[in-house]
Ligand binder design. Structure first.
Ligand SMILES: NCc1[nH]cc(CCC(=O)O)c1CC(=O)O
Length: 323
């Protein structure tokens, strides 16, 4: 076997075997395609001579637009088809918004790397108002996220909140048609698509704590493909990875696979990982918060401890009410 065809990575081997060809499975929304193109460009930069191709796919999550996702199966709807392409060998890797990746993955799949985070906060988008605080009582904010809805009700009880689905362009169109006075979107998606000028203000984490993984990209591959896992390590960002692992541990402990109004957000401050989380009733009438700090190398333990804090304060009662 010549060295260029060696595909087994031996323990202790340092440099990854440069890949010759990589196929990326991606959803076909404009945001998903941007993210896949971004990863393609980075891989081509890291591995000159490697041919990187995109395999665009439509997922169930993209097709079902008339119902809140919480009611039809949640995050898994966005990754299933991509994972099937990995299993079939039609693709080598799948690029995801970490926010859309289910908390529990099958053993045959691995999140090989999490790249550096974009702005993790939520954004206020409106053609009428500069910020939530400017909105008169009874005006209407569009969002379909239970996390955003519960925090809006808790902080701004006089605003109306109504459902908003669809990809980013659809959501902006619905706003521009006047169906809402304002909408809340992840800042990261708008920035990636060159739509940062639509952001009237970003919501501080004290007003809208982000979702686990928001603003971060993750790359998934088959656990059996050690060489793929290894060549993806150059895209991993250690700080983002620790933060997102802590956040996902909270979400996994509290929500499992069901949709719960829940936020989890970690930052590295002075070398320490500072994690905040909440769980709430959708109408914001109850909201339980906790925070924890610790060494980033103990990201999962910090997440577990925070989840235990929330449970000790009665999170279980909320989860039971949500059924
Ligand atoms: N739920 C869809 C989704 N998944 C990831 C992003 C934004 C990009 C990111 O968080 O990385 C969005 C759009 C939004 O919530 O406004």
């Amino acid at each position: 076997m010549s060295s260029s065809t060696v595909s087994t990575v031996y323990p202790g081997a340092s440099a990854p075997v440069p890949p010759e060809r990589i196929t990326i499975a991606t959803r076909e929304s404009r945001l998903a395609l941007w993210q896949a193109e971004h990863v393609k460009a980075r891989l081509e930069g890291l591995y000159p001579g490697c041919r990187v191709e995109l395999l665009g796919m439509t997922t169930r999550g993209d097709q079902i637009l008339d119902r809140p996702l919480a009611k039809v199966g949640g995050k898994g709807l966005f990754v299933k088809e991509l994972e099937t392409a990995l299993l079939d060998g039609r693709a080598d890797i799948a690029v995801h918004s970490m926010k859309d990746v289910p908390m529990v993955m099958g053993d045959e799949f691995t999140l090989a790397c999490i790249s550096a985070r974009e702005v993790p906060l939520d954004a206020f988008v409106s053609n009428r108002y500069d910020s939530l605080a400017d909105m008169p009582p009874g005006t209407v904010v569009g969002t379909s996220s239970l996390r955003r809805e519960s925090q809006l009700h808790a902080m701004y009880p006089f605003l109306g909140v109504t459902s908003l689905r669809g990809n980013l362009d659809t959501r902006l169109r619905k706003l521009d048609e006047g169906q809402y006075d304002a909408i809340i979107l992840a800042a990261a998606g708008l920035i990636r698509l060159g739509l940062a000028d639509r952001i009237r203000s970003t919501l501080p984490s004290e007003v809208s704590l982000p979702a686990a993984g928001q603003g971060a990209l993750g790359i998934e591959c088959l656990s059996s493909r050690r060489e793929v896992i290894q060549y993806l390590q150059l895209l991993n960002d250690a700080d983002t990875s620790a933060c997102v692992r802590a956040e996902r541990t909270v979400a996994r402990a509290l929500a499992g696979s069901c949709e719960v109004p829940l936020g989890a957000y970690a930052e590295i401050r002075g070398g320490m990982l500072w994690l905040r989380g909440f769980v709430a009733l959708p109408d914001g009438s109850r909201i339980i918060r906790a925070e924890r700090e610790g060494n980033p190398s103990a990201a999962e333990e910090i997440g577990r401890a925070l989840a235990d804090d929330l449970l000790a304060q009665g999170a279980e009662g909320i989860l039971a009410e949500l059924g």
